[in-house]
Write a protein that binds this ligand. Structure first.
Ligand code: 4UV
Length: 578
């Protein structure tokens, strides 16, 4: 039987055949860049108010690219197709070093800035990166990573570019460098040499070269490098438009989601620039600063994850600041309940805030957004992830090999096909073949449903991935670490729901190697707690076992040895109910 293929209710859009850089900056005159005034603010450092205009953004990226290409430290590693790793929280410099690297023809692999040296090591080696761009706070971790790789301090120092604490380069405050940064090459120094005359071109078939390598565990296993091409990003950005998001001339977006995650990378760095929005960058989410920044910068738009809505529903900061400019909030990366949206709407409306709260859905592998609720439907279709984006096709598959599609209105695994689907997992043809079928369908591992009007819902997740506040927590990664614990014989990690915080929490079920020693409930509790603590010394914060550890006799497995996670999830539900 032929498959049931769904399309967007919106017509396909034409997609320019250009590189990311040309798409952003291609049409430029001294007065205008990408169709908006060159003097318009592009990015603001929310804490200090320092900013760069669109023209400065272009100049700085070309200067950074030139510095990369010509400085003796970076020159050997700044050849087209080489990879540079960014290990930094969201800062004003972030878009500059990203687009500067892209202009020089490099691929960028952005890493979680909370990663430990061990976690970072995987991404650094797997991506084939040689250069690392980091902040003064990141130097120590990078040096630890180099030491683990047997790279001498001297050699390691040549591979580091430091984003200093000061913002003089953007007209902002200056700051003294720390002792750690002494002798290292700084971003500021790279900006001072000259300007690349022309960005590296990715035309014709070269649009399919890789631009970004974000890490995702996909449906199973450890984090893998997702090869996002120039064409993927340009396609993704072209699919949006006024149909989905309300856009006006003076709109300001508040950026709190991490730029290293594809959601932030695409929607907070690229999307606003293309659409002429100004982005105020808040380095860390904190409810008070979030609300204060909305007032201070007259913010109209923000992209969020469900726990931010929990803060807007309950935190006292929402009573304290004037947020009447806010018109659009888009939540994604994790399921969002209708009730939470209603609570936020009710609270904000008391203060005269009329804001469309919508939901989007996407994956690292789809660059990312595949579905988005048009703002005009925010109220009526609360809880839906909205329409399929134009230029994409979708299926709802019931069996494993894609032969049977769901009946009309029924649920199935969501498969996506289109120009924003990744090239594949870096150096991992097996994982790529498991994720993308020969006829180019990408399996999301999520269970979806679509109604008669074309509104989509995510109703379940088939894959093992856990999401803590929108961050990926790959169970396989935690399980392999837990198996290194001397007192753990076997284990499985699952996500348990925490409706209060609108998130999942990672929980480990473990078989103790010396069960005979855990004779009392107290012994067990002490052991479980010690494992929680032990894990905290090994991984970034979002992977902590916040759902706790439970000792059990045996991990349920299939005949083939696969962990039966569903059984553990049912067990967790029963424990809660009991
Ligand atoms: O690979 P990743 O970490 O990617 C993301 C990307 C998120 C979004 C969301 C809306 C956008 O508009 C956008 O641009 C980017 O999180 O994780 C992918 C997995 O996260 C879950 C789902 O299990 C994906 O396979 N997920 C993402 N969005 C939703 C979601 C959602 N709205 N509802 C339920 N699960």
């Amino acid at each position: 039987m032929s498959p049931t293929i769904y399309k967007s209710p919106y017509p396909d859009v034409s997609i320019p055949k250009s590189s990311v850089f040309t798409f952003l900056f291609g049409t430029r005159t001294p007065q205008s860049i990408g169709g908006f005034p060159a003097s318009k603010k592009a990015f603001i450092d929310a804490a200090s108010g320092a900013y760069i205009t669109r023209a400065q953004f272009l100049d700085l990226t070309l200067s950074f690219a030139y510095g990369l290409r010509t400085h003796p430290n970076t020159k050997p590693f700044a050849k087209r197709g080489n990879t540079v790793l960014i290990y930094s929280p969201n800062l004003l410099a972030w878009p500059v070093v990203l687009l500067g690297s892209v202009a020089a023809g490099l691929r960028c692999t952005p890493a979680n800035n909370a990663y430990t040296s061990q976690e970072l090591l995987h991404q650094y080696t797997d991506s084939g990166a040689k250069l690392v761009i980091t902040t003064e706070d990141g130097i120590k971790t990078i040096r630890e990573m180099f030491a683990k790789l047997g790279i001498s301090k001297e050699e390691g120092n040549r591979r580091i570019i430091v984003i200093g604490r000061g913002l003089q380069w953007a007209g902002g405050p200056s700051a003294k460098p720390s002792a750690d940064a002494a002798g290292l090459l700084t971003m500021e120094a790279l900006l001072n040499g000259g300007k690349l005359k022309e960005e590296e071109k990715f035309d014709g078939p070269l649009i399919h070269e890789t631009a970004f390598i974000c890490y995702s565990s996909g449906t199973t296993g450890k984090p893998k490098g997702v090869e996002t091409t120039h064409h993927n990003i340009v396609s993704e950005l072209s699919m949006f438009g006024p149909n989905f998001t309300p856009l006006e001339k003076e709109d300001v977006m508040l950026a709190i989601l991490p730029f290293y995650h594809i959601y932030g990378l695409s929607q907070l760095v690229h999307f606003p620039f293309i659409n002429g929005l100004t982005v105020a960058i808040q380095t860390r989410f904190e409810p008070d600063a979030f609300c204060a920044n909305i007032e201070r910068y007259k913010v109209t738009h923000s992209l969020i994850v469900p726990p931010v809505l929990v803060a807007l529903a309950r935190h006292p900061a929402a009573d304290k600041y004037k947020m009447t400019t806010l018109r659009y909030l888009c939540s994604g990366a994790a399921p969002l309940g209708k009730d939470l949206v209603s609570q936020v709407n009710n609270r904000l409306r008391k203060y005269g805030v009329r804001c469309d709260i919508v939901q989007g859905y996407g994956l690292t592998e789809t660059s990312p957004t595949t579905h988005l609720l048009p703002h005009t439907e925010a109220e009526r279709m609360m809880g839906s992830i909205g329409y399929l984006m134009p230029n994409l096709e979708a299926r709802l598959v019931v069996d494993d090999d894609g032969k049977v599609d769901a009946e009309e209105g029924g649920a199935g695994e969501l498969w996506i096909r289109g120009p924003s689907v990744m090239k594949g997992y870096l150096n991992n043809p097996t994982a790529t073949a498991n994720a993308i079928t020969p006829d180019k369908w990408f399996r999301t591992g999520d269970v979806g449903q679509v109604d008669k009007e074309g509104f989509w819902y995510i109703v379940d997740r088939r894959k093992e991935l856990i999401k803590y506040k929108g961050f990926q927590v790959p169970p396989a990664e935690l399980e392999s670490i837990l198996l290194g614990h001397p007192d753990i014989a076997d284990c499985a990690v699952i996500g348990i729901d925490d409706p209060e915080q609108a998130t999942e929490l990672p929980r480990a079920y473990v078989v103790a190697a010396h069960l005979e020693k855990l004779t009392t409930a107290k012994d067990k509790a002490i052991f479980e707690q010690s494992v929680v603590k032990w894990m905290q010394s090994k991984v970034a914060r979002h992977k902590y076992l916040r759902g706790g550890v439970r000792v059990i006799d045996i991990i349920p497995k299939s005949a083939a040895g696969k962990i039966l996670r569903r059984e553990l999830r049912d067990r967790a539900k029963q424990e809660k109910a009991g």
